[in-house]
Design a protein around this ligand. Structure first.
Ligand code: IPE
Ligand code: IPE
Ligand code: MG
Length: 249
């Protein structure tokens, strides 16, 4: 019998997969441990998925690591998450370079603690020439924030005479988002059994296939990732057309 990985059609892989890594807190609870233990354990899943994606030849992997709304969590948890980010980015740097993976980040990075921002910017700088895959961390990210910021930038360009109102179209809009150099995700995965988007890539995921799994993030492994991609490959992406029209191409 073929393994899950062997069942994948390598000619039909998404070029960009976005993940909402959810369920760390509930996972910790099942272990009788504090929530932070769940976040620490989630790093293993990040490593697994990054490795699996790079091995398959996925070009972009975007992970939702911290939402703007997550600031309202208890300060101890927020601080632990920020420290974990610094530690993880620093520790994984050599592995990212060895595997030719480029690190990027989207979100309001200016509002991150200095240490976190510095570790992140250093990581981005140190991996900027890598070309096998781009790992994008969504950090202090909120899609509504991003859309508002893009609107402000566009308004400013109109005000300066760089752009006319009639030139504003969806391409112009995309080019003013923090994801301007990243293709839209074809597949969006959320773990932990929640069926919502939570302010993640609202514009970019307009036509993404959504995949929800009850697996809690710290338990997420390569097999779960392959299962999500297989599910994606068995769907028909119609982009507003009829099934017959899609079959013609
Ligand atoms: C996801 O796990 C990680 C972050 C949001 C940083 P949660 O911490 O949301 O875990 P649950 O949803 O409470 O189980
Ligand atoms: C979404 O998870 C944000 C991240 C995974 C970083 P949350 O756990 O914060 O989302 P809600 O609150 O359940 O919608
Ligand atoms: Mg959650």
């Amino acid at each position: 019998m073929l393994s899950l990985k062997e069942n994948l059609n390598l000619d039909k892989l998404p070029s960009h997969i976005a993940i909402i890594m959810d369920g760390n807190g509930r996972w910790a609870k099942t272990q009788g441990k504090p929530r932070v233990f769940g976040h620490k354990s989630g790093v293993t899943a990040v490593r697994e998925v990054t490795e699996a994606a790079a091995e398959l030849g996925i070009q972009f992997l975007t992970l939702y690591a911290f939402s703007t709304e997550n600031w309202s969590r208890p300060s101890m948890e927020v601080n632990a998450l920020m420290s974990l980010l610094v530690e993880t980015v620093k520790r994984e740097m050599a592995t990212l370079n060895k595997n030719n993976i480029r690190l990027q980040a989207i979100g309001d990075l200016m509002r991150l603690p200095d240490k976190t921002r510095k570790a992140l910017l250093d990581g981005i700088e140190m991996t900027k020439n890598n070309s096998r895959m781009t790992l994008v961390l969504a950090l202090n990210y909120s899609s509504r924030w991003e859309i508002v910021e893009a609107s402000k930038k566009i308004a400013e360009k109109v005000q300066n005479g760089e752009l006319t109102i009639s030139e504003i179209d969806s391409d112009v809009f995309s080019q003013n988002l923090t994801t301007k150099d990243i293709p839209d995700p074809e597949l969006l995965i959320r773990t932990s059994g929640e069926h919502r988007i939570s302010n993640y890539l609202l514009w970019q995921a307009a036509y993404a296939e959504l995949y929800f799994t009850p697996v809690l993030w710290p338990d997420f492994r390569k097999e779960h990732f392959y299962t999500a991609i297989l599910d994606y490959q068995n769907r028909e992406r119609r982009f507003g057309k009829t099934s017959e029209q899609v079959a013609e191409v």
